[in-house]
Write a protein that binds this ligand. Sequence first.
Ligand SMILES: [Zn+2]
Length: 134
Amino acid sequence: MRELSAYFCPRCGHYAYFQLPKNAVCCGCHVSMKRINMPYQNFMDMNREERDRYISCRIIEASPSLAERISAPDKLYNQRRLIGQLTEEYSKLETENQSLNQTVDWMHKTIWEQLHRMKELEYKLREMEKRREM
Ligand SMILES: [Zn+2]
């Protein structure tokens, strides 16, 4: 029997154990999971926090651009810097999302205004036709 290996999802951090690499697919994200490069038993022996930290580091490593950005200024892995970067990224996305929502609101409003105007025009047109018929 083949030995179990631990795998993690580079997208959501979910981890699981598989015998065959082809079975290592994240149940939530449906992407292939990456093998954790340590004996299964060692991974099992870590506590929850250690596993979380270990996988977090592997996720960052698996994302070259993020790892590069984080380590570029001082070539040193710095958790505070990472949190800072992620927070900044998050607030950027939040702002972006907000302005998208505003755009949608604005579009809704505009569409309603257009509809109103069309109804008005329709009404005027009908009135004019009525007058012509008289
Ligand atoms: Zn996943």
